[in-house]
Design a protein around this ligand. Structure first.
Ligand code: SAM
Length: 326
């Protein structure tokens, strides 16, 4: 069974982990898992007796996560389960993910970061949800996306983008060739110790890195009947602490994105917005969430049906702008 692990430390020296299903059942003993990893992203470990092997970056089955101790500190090692989840649901992703709010694009343009002549490197571009508006603003975009199905949609829809099918860690980038780097709902997938120095080299002096994501919720909004139903679904899961900061924890993200010294914080802003979604749209959207099973997405869709076929959702888009350090 291939295992993917992701930790806050890209090159841990020792992992002592256990495998859990999402219902909390332990399916791999901690004692069976002591491993000494080489100081490289391509480390592997075996689980004696059951022939499990893992390489950094392998996909993990959706129902499994890894928790344990890393360099003697408790961690959850595989939070996001499968970074190619989106690619496996590329069509639903393309249909189901709502666009970024107009106020975000206005902010980037008002700040002079997105202009007709801006050269953009976009990492984790998906099917082009953010690529399109940047091209329409006149920018040139190099879009990096490891999922082939998503990249195919992006190429079909936006042939003028230079689409590279590979990961942010692996894409070769020319030096000082871009004015703006963008990660739209994607930065939490990257090995930042690799990606931040790479972006620093690829950006011109004075260049910026804009990091944002659609957070599908708004902690300040009233809890709607639909949200109560969603909470009933997620409450059934084993609650493991997330290994990366939560989507609303912009301070922690700024710290993570600046601690290598390649970028300095420039601004942080949060855009709140609402959208009315039908049953089919909720099914598509929730299917795209990497921590939701299809059965759970169906349950969320059923909740919309029960509530009349449409729900008003309150969403938030935090935007972090970083400036390239000299
Ligand atoms: C939530 S989607 C966001 C896609 C797109 N930026 C958008 O706004 O809709 C996250 C994307 O990151 C991609 N991804 C995952 N790991 C990645 C990596 N290591 N390097 C680059 N992209 C990655 C996924 O394939 C997926 O397309």
């Amino acid at each position: 069974m291939p295992i993917h692990w992701l930790s806050s430390r890209p090159s841990p020296s020792h992992i002592d982990a256990s495998l859990y299903r999402h219902d909390g059942a332990c399916v791999g003993g901690r004692d069976a898992w002591p491993v000494d990893l080489p100081q490289t992203r391509a480390g592997h470990f075996d689980r004696a007796g059951r022939g499990m092997t893992a390489r950094w970056g392998d996909a993990v089955p959706r129902q499994v996560s890894i928790a344990g101790r890393l360099d003697n500190r408790p961690v959850r090692l595989s939070p996001m389960v499968d970074s190619l989840h989106f690619d496996a649901h590329a069509e639903a992703y393309d249909r189901g993910r709502p666009p970024y709010p107009p106020a975000l694009w206005a902010r980037l343009q008002d700040d002079g970061l997105l202009r007709a002549d801006t050269r953009v490197i976009e990492l984790g571009a998906g099917s082009g949800l953010a690529t399109g508006p940047m091209l329409r603003a006149g920018a040139s975009v190099t879009a990096v996306e490891p999922g082939r199905a998503l990249a195919d949609i992006l190429r079909r829809r936006w042939p003028e983008a230079n689409t590279q099918i590979t990961g942010a860690e692996d894409v070769p980038l020319p030096s000082a060739a871009f004015d703006l780097a963008v990660a739209a709902t994607a930065v939490h997938w990257f090995d930042l110790d690799v990606v931040l120095p790479k972006l620093h080299r690829a950006l011109v002096p004075g260049g910026h890195f804009a990091v944002w994501r659609n957070a599908f919720g708004d902690p300040t909004a009233p809890v709607t009947p639909f949200r109560k139903r969603v909470a009933a679904i997620t409450d059934r899961r084993r609650a493991l602490p997330p290994p990366v900061p939560g989507e609303f924890d912009t301070a922690a993200w700024v710290e993570r994105l600046t601690r290598t010294g390649h970028f300095a914080p420039s601004s942080v802003e949060c855009f709140s917005w609402t959208i009315e979604l039908r049953t089919d749209q909720i099914r598509d959207l929730f299917t795209t969430f990497s921590n939701w099973s299809s059965a759970e997405a169906d349950e969320a869709a059923q909740a919309v049906d029960d509530l009349g076929g449409r729900v008003l959702e309150h969403y938030t888009t935090p935007l972090i702008i970083l400036e390239r350090e000299e």
